[in-house]
Write a protein that binds this ligand. Structure first.
Ligand code: FEO
Length: 161
């Protein structure tokens, strides 16, 4: 049993996870359009991860006999100037998601909702990894700069995700 307030907040987070999924799917499509196969693959995997995050929240609500309510996805861009801009936006986006997860966690603590506190710990840890992954790629792309051979190898490496 969870509070109506927590139910509402988790439904909002399900929407945020699906919004993340759609954003990364759009990045995957844009990368494919630019012939960047590895980057397109990386973002397609990221799309799958975000949908898993959403499904995990949905399952939690269902187990708590709380209602899942799916909502419209907010608009987002569909084109990026270059891969660095894509991954910089990914990092910024993940930082936003981290703050949303932290807000949920704080709400669970304030409500003494121990089940939700424990459940949300997985997401707190996951966000550390999500930010680290995006930061690592931003750093690599800055290092690569205009080196076409290095970029070719980098795109190949992302294809292995
Ligand atoms: Fe669901 Fe990338 O955080």
């Amino acid at each position: 049993m969870i509070s109506k307030k927590m139910q509402e907040a988790i439904n909002a987070q399900i929407n945020a996870e699906m919004w993340s999924a759609y954003l990364y799917l759009a990045m995957s499509a844009d990368a494919a359009d630019k012939g960047l196969k590895g980057i397109s693959h990386w973002f397609r995997k990221q799309y799958n991860e975000e949908m898993e995050h959403a499904f995990k929240f949905m399952h939690y609500l269902e187990e708590q006999t709380a209602r899942v309510e799916l909502r419209a996805i907010a608009k987002f861009p569909t084109k990026w100037a270059n891969p660095l801009k894509m991954f910089e936006e990914t990092l910024k986006h993940e930082k936003t998601v981290t703050s949303l997860i932290h807000n949920l966690y704080a709400m669970a603590v304030a409500e003494k909702d121990y089940a939700s506190t424990i459940f949300l710990q997985w997401y707190v840890t996951e966000q550390v990894e999500e930010e680290a992954n995006a930061q690592e790629i931003v750093d690599a792309l800055k290092c690569i700069g205009d080196d076409k051979a290095a970029f070719y190898m980098f795109d190949k490496e992302l294809a292995g995700r």
